[in-house]
Design a protein around this ligand. Structure first.
Ligand SMILES: C[S@@+](CC[C@H](N)C(=O)[O-])C[C@H]1O[C@@H](n2cnc3c(N)ncnc32)[C@H](O)[C@@H]1O
Length: 281
């Protein structure tokens, strides 16, 4: 990603969440009434103009992963809030809408959206165009994970290192080199005991049973944001325990099915490899 540029993939995942609201049957995995509005008036028509692509099997599989990771994270956040966390830090937030549609239980949290300056500027212009007001408990923090220590960046933006915190890091690790990932995990592990991170990672396309992961890698590379880091779950577990996290939960397809898919229509497939893990320290 060039220095001043906004992430194309952040916009692409925002369109997938909007498509989930417009195209998928209720009950949805993620109810997000702001997703479409944030993209602007032209978004519904844009999605309908490309309906064949949005309803293709690979697009439905990717959409399923994108809405599942947000839903799972928000469920972890609710549980974490009940056990006393006071800050929610969304790393690489893109067009995340949680702060704009936060339920009553979240109002006591301090929410920080951390992102690359280019992407954050684009999001803020969308917020203004949609006349969406910033909630009082939301702050923006511009941090480039590859050019500044996460801890330094968070301190610069008024984050308290003494408060138990939940971090989400969805759809980001695959774009960062391993040194930046390790450094960010160490920053997160510096927060008090009980703090948590929910992150997604990609398994190497070579170990997939179909060609979809390799095709996705080709598409994002074509958009100028190549995947650079892949991990098998065992390697990710080692990384997280090495950084100081003790309680790990990898969301399995079976658990995802039971929790989120079994009681709804079959228009979205359960991801075969979720690549979602929660880690508490
Ligand atoms: C695929 S998007 C995911 C956005 C959002 N988390 C979601 O689930 O829709 C990747 C995000 O990572 C951010 N990102 C990528 N490289 C970054 C870096 N070096 N520093 C900060 N953010 C970065 C992008 O700006 C973008 O918001």
């Amino acid at each position: 990603m060039a220095d001043r540029e906004a992430s194309h993939t952040a916009l692409a995942t925002a369109y997938l969440r909007a498509a989930h609201q417009l195209l998928d049957a209720p009950p949805r995995i993620l109810d997000d009434p702001i997703a479409v509005r944030l993209l602007g008036n032209a978004a519904p028509q844009k999605i309908h103009d490309e309906i064949e692509r949005y309803q293709s099997a690979p697009a439905r599989a990717l959409r399923s992963h994108v809405v599942l990771r947000s839903r799972y994270t928000e469920d972890c956040l609710q549980a974490a809030q009940q056990r006393g966390i006071t800050q929610y830090i969304i790393l690489g937030a893109g067009f995340d809408t949680f702060a704009l549609r936060q339920p009553a239980w979240a109002k006591s949290l301090k929410i920080f959206e951390v992102d690359h300056p280019g992407t954050q500027a684009l999001k803020r212009s969308h917020l203004a165009a949609a006349a969406l007001e910033m909630p009082a408990n939301l702050a923006f923090a511009q941090i480039d994970f590859e050019h500044e220590s996460l801890l330094d960046g968070l301190l610069r933006h008024g984050v308290s290192l003494d408060e138990p915190t939940l971090f989400s890091w969805l759809g980001v690790t695959m774009y960062l080199n391993e040194a930046a990932i390790d450094s960010a995990l160490l920053s997160v592990a510096a927060f008090p005991s009980g703090s948590e991170i929910v992150l997604t990672f990609l398994q190497p396309p070579e170990s997939a049973s179909d060609a979809a992961p390799a095709q996705l890698a080709g598409r994002v590379a074509g958009a100028g944001e190549p995947f650079v880091s892949y991990f098998e779950p065992e390697a990710m577990a080692e990384k997280l325990t090495g950084a100081g996290f003790t309680k790990l939960e990898f969301l399995s397809p079976e658990d995802a099915d039971t929790k989120y898919y079994k009681h709804r229509p079959t228009d979205l497939p359960v991801p075969r490899r979720t690549g979602i893990v929660s880690a508490i320290r």
